[in-house]
Design a protein around this ligand. Sequence first.
Ligand code: HEC
Length: 151
Amino acid sequence: MIAEVTQPLVRNLMTLKKATFAIAAASLMFVSFSQADEVSEGVQKRIAPVGELCMSGEPCAAAPAAPVASGPRSGKEIYDSKCTTCHAIGVSGAPKFGEAGDWGPRVAKGLDTLFDHAWNGFNAMPPKGLCLDCSEDEIKAGIEYMVDNSK
Ligand code: HEC
Protein backbone atom coordinates (compact mmCIF):
# COMPACT_ATOMS: atom_id res chain seq x y z
CA MET A 1 0.00 0.00 0.00
CA ILE A 2 2.66 2.46 0.97
CA ALA A 3 4.79 1.41 -1.93
CA GLU A 4 1.93 2.04 -4.33
CA VAL A 5 1.67 5.61 -3.15
CA THR A 6 5.33 6.44 -2.82
CA GLN A 7 6.58 4.97 -6.09
CA PRO A 8 4.84 7.46 -8.41
CA LEU A 9 5.87 10.18 -6.01
CA VAL A 10 9.50 9.13 -6.21
CA ARG A 11 9.22 8.94 -9.98
CA ASN A 12 7.74 12.41 -10.06
CA LEU A 13 10.49 13.71 -7.88
CA MET A 14 13.11 12.23 -10.16
CA THR A 15 11.50 13.76 -13.21
CA LEU A 16 11.49 17.07 -11.46
CA LYS A 17 15.14 16.68 -10.58
CA LYS A 18 15.96 15.88 -14.20
CA ALA A 19 14.06 18.92 -15.38
CA THR A 20 15.81 21.15 -12.88
CA PHE A 21 19.11 19.76 -13.97
CA ALA A 22 18.25 20.34 -17.62
CA ILE A 23 17.29 23.95 -16.95
CA ALA A 24 20.44 24.53 -14.94
CA ALA A 25 22.55 22.99 -17.67
CA ALA A 26 20.83 25.05 -20.33
CA SER A 27 21.39 28.30 -18.48
CA LEU A 28 24.99 27.36 -17.85
CA MET A 29 25.44 26.79 -21.55
CA PHE A 30 23.80 30.10 -22.31
CA VAL A 31 26.18 31.88 -19.98
CA SER A 32 29.21 30.19 -21.42
CA PHE A 33 28.04 30.89 -24.98
CA SER A 34 27.68 34.59 -24.35
CA GLN A 35 31.09 34.59 -22.70
CA ALA A 36 32.54 32.79 -25.70
CA ASP A 37 31.12 35.54 -27.90
CA GLU A 38 32.95 38.21 -25.95
CA VAL A 39 36.16 36.21 -26.00
CA SER A 40 36.07 35.58 -29.73
CA GLU A 41 35.33 39.24 -30.35
CA GLY A 42 38.47 40.14 -28.42
CA VAL A 43 40.49 37.54 -30.28
CA GLN A 44 39.23 38.78 -33.61
CA LYS A 45 40.27 42.32 -32.75
CA ARG A 46 43.71 41.12 -31.76
CA ILE A 47 44.34 38.97 -34.82
CA ALA A 48 42.86 41.46 -37.29
CA PRO A 49 45.45 42.67 -39.85
CA VAL A 50 46.76 46.12 -38.98
CA GLY A 51 45.67 47.47 -42.35
CA GLU A 52 42.03 46.74 -41.62
CA LEU A 53 42.02 48.84 -38.49
CA CYS A 54 43.87 51.69 -40.20
CA MET A 55 41.34 53.66 -42.22
CA SER A 56 42.47 55.80 -45.11
CA GLY A 57 42.82 59.41 -44.07
CA GLU A 58 44.05 58.46 -40.62
CA PRO A 59 47.68 59.31 -39.82
CA CYS A 60 48.58 55.63 -39.59
CA ALA A 61 47.59 55.17 -43.23
CA ALA A 62 49.86 57.96 -44.43
CA ALA A 63 53.25 56.34 -43.82
CA PRO A 64 54.00 53.72 -46.47
CA ALA A 65 56.14 50.75 -45.48
CA ALA A 66 59.83 51.46 -46.02
CA PRO A 67 61.25 49.59 -49.01
CA VAL A 68 63.38 46.63 -47.95
CA ALA A 69 66.35 47.43 -50.15
CA SER A 70 67.64 50.94 -49.71
CA GLY A 71 70.87 52.63 -50.65
CA PRO A 72 73.48 51.40 -53.11
CA ARG A 73 74.39 47.72 -53.08
CA SER A 74 77.87 46.77 -51.97
CA GLY A 75 80.56 45.64 -54.39
CA LYS A 76 80.21 42.11 -53.07
CA GLU A 77 76.45 42.16 -53.64
CA ILE A 78 76.92 43.40 -57.21
CA TYR A 79 79.63 40.87 -57.96
CA ASP A 80 77.76 37.96 -56.36
CA SER A 81 74.53 38.70 -58.19
CA LYS A 82 75.74 40.06 -61.56
CA CYS A 83 79.41 39.71 -62.42
CA THR A 84 80.11 36.26 -61.04
CA THR A 85 78.38 34.63 -64.03
CA CYS A 86 81.38 35.39 -66.24
CA HIS A 87 84.12 36.54 -63.92
CA ALA A 88 84.12 33.51 -61.60
CA ILE A 89 85.38 31.09 -64.26
CA GLY A 90 86.51 33.53 -66.97
CA VAL A 91 83.80 33.17 -69.60
CA SER A 92 84.98 34.44 -73.04
CA GLY A 93 88.30 35.53 -71.59
CA ALA A 94 86.86 37.57 -68.70
CA PRO A 95 89.53 38.27 -66.05
CA LYS A 96 88.90 35.71 -63.32
CA PHE A 97 87.96 36.65 -59.78
CA GLY A 98 90.93 36.04 -57.48
CA GLU A 99 93.49 35.75 -60.34
CA ALA A 100 96.15 38.41 -59.84
CA GLY A 101 97.66 37.42 -63.20
CA ASP A 102 94.35 38.17 -64.95
CA TRP A 103 93.70 41.47 -63.20
CA GLY A 104 97.22 42.93 -62.93
CA PRO A 105 97.46 44.08 -66.58
CA ARG A 106 93.87 45.38 -66.43
CA VAL A 107 94.45 47.43 -63.29
CA ALA A 108 97.57 48.88 -64.99
CA LYS A 109 95.22 50.62 -67.45
CA GLY A 110 93.79 52.61 -64.58
CA LEU A 111 90.50 52.28 -62.74
CA ASP A 112 88.90 55.01 -64.89
CA THR A 113 89.48 52.96 -68.02
CA LEU A 114 88.20 49.82 -66.33
CA PHE A 115 85.08 51.66 -65.28
CA ASP A 116 84.61 53.10 -68.77
CA HIS A 117 84.92 49.60 -70.28
CA ALA A 118 82.63 48.06 -67.69
CA TRP A 119 80.02 50.82 -68.09
CA ASN A 120 80.04 51.05 -71.90
CA GLY A 121 81.14 47.53 -72.78
CA PHE A 122 84.47 46.26 -74.08
CA ASN A 123 84.70 43.39 -76.58
CA ALA A 124 82.85 40.48 -74.95
CA MET A 125 82.35 42.45 -71.73
CA PRO A 126 78.74 43.65 -72.05
CA PRO A 127 77.78 47.21 -70.99
CA LYS A 128 77.24 47.36 -67.21
CA GLY A 129 78.01 43.65 -67.08
CA LEU A 130 74.34 43.14 -67.93
CA CYS A 131 73.30 44.80 -64.67
CA LEU A 132 70.79 47.19 -66.19
CA ASP A 133 69.66 48.67 -62.88
CA CYS A 134 73.20 49.22 -61.60
CA SER A 135 74.25 52.78 -60.85
CA GLU A 136 77.74 54.07 -61.74
CA ASP A 137 78.73 53.76 -58.09
CA GLU A 138 77.51 50.20 -57.94
CA ILE A 139 79.50 49.21 -61.05
CA LYS A 140 82.56 50.92 -59.58
CA ALA A 141 82.02 49.05 -56.30
CA GLY A 142 81.75 45.79 -58.24
CA ILE A 143 85.04 46.47 -60.06
CA GLU A 144 86.80 47.45 -56.84
CA TYR A 145 85.53 44.32 -55.14
CA MET A 146 86.97 42.13 -57.92
CA VAL A 147 90.24 44.08 -58.11
CA ASP A 148 90.73 44.11 -54.32
CA ASN A 149 90.19 40.36 -54.13
CA SER A 150 92.45 39.55 -57.08
CA LYS A 151 95.82 40.84 -55.86
C1 HEC B 1 78.45 38.07 -69.95
C2 HEC B 1 79.74 37.95 -69.29
C3 HEC B 1 80.17 39.06 -68.37
C4 HEC B 1 79.51 39.62 -67.31
C5 HEC B 1 78.11 39.27 -66.78
C6 HEC B 1 80.38 40.61 -66.75
N1 HEC B 1 81.55 40.65 -67.45
FE1 HEC B 1 83.09 41.91 -67.13
N2 HEC B 1 84.12 41.09 -68.67
C7 HEC B 1 83.66 40.07 -69.47
C8 HEC B 1 84.65 39.75 -70.47
C9 HEC B 1 84.54 38.66 -71.52
C10 HEC B 1 85.73 40.60 -70.23
C11 HEC B 1 87.04 40.69 -71.01
C12 HEC B 1 86.86 41.66 -72.17
C13 HEC B 1 88.15 41.81 -72.95
O1 HEC B 1 89.17 42.14 -72.32
O2 HEC B 1 88.13 41.61 -74.16
C14 HEC B 1 85.35 41.44 -69.10
C15 HEC B 1 86.14 42.43 -68.56
C16 HEC B 1 85.80 43.23 -67.51
C17 HEC B 1 86.64 44.28 -66.98
C18 HEC B 1 88.00 44.67 -67.48
C19 HEC B 1 87.84 45.69 -68.60
C20 HEC B 1 89.21 46.09 -69.15
O3 HEC B 1 89.30 47.23 -69.64
O4 HEC B 1 90.16 45.29 -69.10
C21 HEC B 1 85.94 44.84 -65.95
C22 HEC B 1 86.41 45.98 -65.09
C23 HEC B 1 84.70 44.14 -65.85
N3 HEC B 1 84.64 43.18 -66.81
C24 HEC B 1 83.75 44.43 -64.91
C25 HEC B 1 82.55 43.73 -64.78
C26 HEC B 1 81.58 44.01 -63.76
C27 HEC B 1 81.72 45.07 -62.69
C28 HEC B 1 80.57 43.14 -63.96
C29 HEC B 1 79.29 43.01 -63.15
C30 HEC B 1 78.53 44.20 -62.93
C31 HEC B 1 80.88 42.34 -65.11
N4 HEC B 1 82.11 42.72 -65.58
C32 HEC B 1 80.07 41.36 -65.64
C33 HEC B 1 82.43 39.43 -69.37
C34 HEC B 1 81.46 39.73 -68.44
